[in-house]
Design a protein around this ligand. Structure first.
Ligand SMILES: Cc1cc2nc3c(=O)[nH]c(=O)nc-3n(C[C@H](O)[C@H](O)[C@H](O)COP(=O)(O)O)c2cc1C
Length: 312
């Protein structure tokens, strides 16, 4: 999105593995990306790209409440990947593809290569612009991180999805996969880019009830408390893989945090749990903040800032 200020054109547009985003903000998977009407609201709020809730082949009910808790310094969730399954989700994806101009990335979940491939094929058929493989959800048995901790299997999954996709494929990783040797294997197996990071496996116990707060006991930690971890992961991936498209996420709660991830090396920045506190206004706040920053510092384009903190 070009923006004129006293004759100077400010460019917030970014390119991400062939996708053109009007600005670097991305709706993170799992938050409001479950129906056409919600995705439309996210587009109207200004997001540069929209990631769907993780879609599995069969419907999943998810866990019993409590599934989400605000800890004050961050959030803990164990939703259990609830989603209506690909057949029902496809109707929403098609509507979104027809009516939404913002790039839509389908988050794919699965227990093996076959499921990942099937869901990916249907997401592409529905008109999605990219795929994100959830290899990192930390609290669902047989999915996410359980798959992601088997390097051979993960590489086979990435290769299998790559073979059926003409659209960019992002591997979504956890902190445990954020090692150069692992990322290198993912990129070598056909991932076009990396989304980093998913929530971090965590738990909380109530002193009052003397029991775990989440029904599933274990969940994933998100929000500002994980941001320094995200910054380190993004910084290191950018340093080791100068050309890899990176969507950085984890703890973005405003424009300064978004900028921090861009300076570390993210091409685009995901926003997840902050929406619980800030609602969708957070997209406008980040976009305006980045514009003001570019103007104040005499930069013309957001692209100039990607990995800027790494220059010597
Ligand atoms: C309530 C909730 C649901 C989530 N669901 C998914 C999901 O379905 N798939 C996925 O890949 N990540 C999921 N995530 C992880 C987010 O996409 C993101 O990686 C993580 O929350 C860190 O970003 P944040 O600190 O901005 O929330 C979920 C996070 C939250 C808080």
């Amino acid at each position: 999105m070009g923006w004129e200020l006293e004759g100077m054109s400010l460019d917030l547009e970014v390119e991400l593995a062939g996708l053109r985003l009007r600005n670097p903000t991305v709706l993170a998977s799992g938050i409001l990306g479950s129906s056409y009407s919600l995705m439309k609201r996210v587009e109207e709020a200004g997001a540069g790209a929209i990631t769907t809730k993780t879609i599995t082949w069969e419907p999943r009910e998810g866990y019993q409440n409590p599934v989400f808790v605000d800890l004050g310094f961050g959030y803990l969730n164990a939703m259990g990947l609830p989603n209506p399954g690909m057949a029902a989700f496809k109707t929403e994806l098609k509507k979104a593809a027809e009516n939404i101009r913002t790039p839509m990335i389908a988050s794919i979940g699965g227990g093996d290569e076959g499921e990942f491939m099937k869901v990916a094929e249907h997401a592409l058929e529905a008109g999605c612009d990219g795929l994100e493989l959830n290899l990192s959800c930390p609290h669902v048995s047989g999915y996410g991180l359980e798959i992601g901790s088997d390097l051979q299997l993960t590489c086979r999954i990435i290769g299998a999805v790559r073979s059926v996709s003409s659209k960019p494929v992002f591997a979504k990783i956890s902190i445990h996969q954020a090692r150069p040797d692992v990322v290198s294997r993912y990129l070598g197996s056909g991932a076009d880019g990396i989304t980093a990071i998913n929530t971090i496996r965590a738990a909380a116990i109530s002193p009052e009830s003397m029991t775990p707060i989440l029904s599933n006991i274990f969940g994933g930690l998100s929000g500002p408390c994980i941001r320094p971890i995200t910054v380190a992961v993004v910084y290191e991936i950018r340093r080791e893989f100068p050309d890899a498209p990176i969507i950085g996420m984890g703890g973005v709660d405003g424009w300064r945090a978004a900028l921090e991830l861009i300076l570390a090396g993210a091409n685009a920045v995901g926003v997840g749990s902050a929406i619980a506190r800030r609602d969708l206004d957070i997209f406008g706040e980040i976009i305006e903040g980045l514009r003001r920053f570019l103007t104040g510092k005499d930069f013309k384009s957001i692209k100039e800032l990607v990995g800027y903190a790494q220059r010597l």
